[in-house]
Design a protein around this ligand. Structure first.
Ligand code: AMP
Length: 392
């Protein structure tokens, strides 16, 4: 069953309750990257243009662990939204209080933002009463929080109980799922995936699932060292642990040398922060650690990627936060951006690399949910999406 989009809903005059992912990074109380809010704006504008009567917005911010934490108030988000929409956005004192209902009865009230949902432990506990109380604020429920769709939390899961046939996907959520479905169900071949980052254990299930469907799977970042070690290569002092080597061994055994592509050289340093040099070959010299893929690897990956018609990318190729160690990640970013292929990038770090490169527009889809996109690839479904489609 397909997701019902807000474009199919009868919204005129309705009170709408909408869940977004406004979980933006804050620095000294200021939003340091507004991307998540910006990506929600089309849905908010669409709802307002349909002549709805009230719009109640909900989100979490950070990890207050069920307690009120003024540092994690949604106040900067309310200010930012008000500025962008050129409308008053009233931030409530708490997500749950009679005051909110009263506020919504006032003629002058149009847009309300509920204070951080995670100030209440019931949000993460998927509390039924909490979900019910939230549901009182709207006649129609909209979920546009892809980044939270893999969580079984009250505002994305149990809340669906109270909106039978009145629950819809926002524009962003719909676009995310449509793009992931393309990768999952009908990828144009050759389909190639690039998996990087730091830990195999976090992405093991995704790698196993992908190995069934892809034509090639490139490994980069610290993720590569357990594989190399498992193959008997030396990796010097590179980031690696025994558990990951075990996992890598199993993956290598299952792959039988067919699809996995591993680095053939590396950028290495003796000490973190030092200028990198190139390793002589696939082995990493004693006393050195790998911090990025090397130039031969970049060229090899670029060459193979040329023929790809579908590309999935998750995780950086090195410690890209340091510009000296970012060449692998940025080179692949430029390569993918220049290809005529359906390209999807997910995962906080790879997305921030793509944004840094200024090439985000050249990707077919830049996903807002790292964990959510990996879990969707692995399982083909997410709790929040399931609940939105079929109820709870
Ligand atoms: P993940 O969250 O698994 O995608 O991991 C992202 C993190 O992996 C980034 O913060 C990178 O700095 C880190 N990373 C990538 N390559 C390496 C490496 N060779 N050594 C240590 N950390 C790395």
């Amino acid at each position: 069953m397909a997701l019902k989009s807000i474009t199919e809903a009868d919204l005129k005059g309705k009170k709408v309750l909408a869940r977004f992912d406004f979980n933006v990074p804050l620095k000294n109380g200021q939003i340091s990257d507004s991307s998540r809010i910006d990506l929600a704006l089309p849905t908010i504008r669409f709802l307002l243009e349909q002549g709805i009567s009230k719009l109640t917005l909900m989100s979490h911010l950070g990890r207050p662990k069920g307690k009120v934490n003024p540092d994690l108030s949604l106040e900067p988000v309310a200010d930012y939204l008000a500025n962008q929409l050129n409308e008053e956005v009233i931030l409530t004192e708490s997500a749950i209080s009679n005051g909110v209902k009263e506020l919504l009865t006032l003629k002058s009230t149009k847009i309300v933002l509920l204070e951080n949902l995670r100030f209440h432990p019931e949000e993460e506990q998927n509390g039924n009463e909490f979900a019910k109380s939230l549901s009182d604020y709207g006649e129609i429920y909209v979920n546009d929080a892809f980044g939270a769709a893999h969580r079984k939390h009250a505002s994305v899961y149990n809340i669906n109980k109270y909106f039978p046939n009145r629950a819809y996907a926002g524009l962003l959520l719909k676009a995310e799922i449509d793009s992931l479905n393309k990768i999952l169900h009908s990828p144009k071949k050759p389909f190639m995936a690039i998996i990087g980052g730091a830990k195999i254990s976090d992405k093991i299930k995704t790698i196993e699932k992908l190995l069934v469907n892809v034509d090639k799977l490139f490994i980069g970042g610290a993720m590569a060292y357990p594989f190399l070690k498992a193959k008997g290569q030396s990796i010097g002092n590179s980031l690696c642990n025994e558990e990951d080597i075990k996992l890598a061994k199993n993956i290598l055994k299952a792959d039988k040398g067919k699809k996995l592509v591993l680095p053939i050289d590396h950028m290495i340093v003796e000490k973190f922060g030092a200028k990198p040099i190139t390793s002589k070959n696939t082995d990493i010299e004693e006393g050195y650690m790998g911090i990025d893929i090397g130039p031969k690897t970049i060229a090899h990956y670029q060459d193979l990627l040329k023929s790809a018609k579908t590309i999935l990318w998750n995780g950086p190729m090195g410690v890209f936060e340091n510009p000296d160690y970012a060449k692998g990640t940025m080179s692949l970013c430029e390569t993918i951006a220049g290809l005529d292929a359906f390209s999807l990038v997910g995962g906080g770090d790879s997305v921030s690399a793509v944004n840094k490169s200024g090439l985000a527009q050249k990707f077919s889809h830049v996903s807002t949910g790292g964990g959510a996109s990996l879990e969707y690839i692995e399982k083909g479904e997410l709790p929040g999406i399931q609940a939105l489609k079929f109820g709870v």
